[in-house]
Write a protein that binds this ligand. Sequence first.
Ligand code: ADP
Length: 250
Amino acid sequence: AEAQDHRNQRLESLGQLAGGIAHDFNNMLGVILNYASFVIEEAESAEPDVAAIAADAEQVIRAGKRGTDLTHQLLSFARREVVRPRPVDLNALIAGVQELLRRTLGEHIPLLFRPDPDLPMVTCDPNQIEQLLVMLALNARDAMPSGGNLVIDTGCLDDRVRLRVTDCGRGMAPDVVERAFEPFFTTKASGEGTGLGLATVYGIVTQAGGEVGINSEVGLGTTVTVLLPAGAAAAPVDTAERPAPTGGHG
Ligand code: ADP
């Protein structure tokens, strides 16, 4: 049942992610359709301008490439299943997923990344941390409908590595903070929130032997702080769940 829950959560967060970036695909397709029609117009004109046709075709290819890049990121996000901890450079991981986060946030929410250059390694499953970042970004996006910065910073705290995600959105009342990690707790309209985002974040962090907390002020914003044990040799709780093979629908 736990493996099933885990899988359902993954599907839910993938659904949120897909919703968050569907409009990006729409924009790319819009660009492709526009420039393709320019190509045809130009080709059918009395004196076709070959250079202009090539330039327009180039735009079609660029938009198509952006689409395939995004598709690859989405597929790798969807495929993760078993938790595989290994030594991770959190700064490099965040840098690598910035583009995906920017797309998730949209243009009205600039992402500011402030890495601590002296960050020690942590032991965790990098895919899980990427998933965590996407879920926190989705919450931040929802909390800042009219825009604002999202700041991600890293740092050291004694023998732990700290990852913070700070938005300047609508914030959370104390009773919401208290329940925020509960599975299925949501204040969002039905269809917009599943209440699984922070529950999944909580699961990922505790599984890695860390802690997660929320600081929030209504009207000012929210900081989610994740603490992970420093050290490439740290042994996280091994609760990797491989769904048991079943003959049925699994
Ligand atoms: P969901 O986003 O689907 O509602 P979550 O578990 O991610 O589920 O979040 C639970 C609730 O916590 C949200 O409905 C929202 O009220 C609150 N919340 C989470 N993150 C933020 C944030 N960054 N700013 C304001 N409220 C938040």
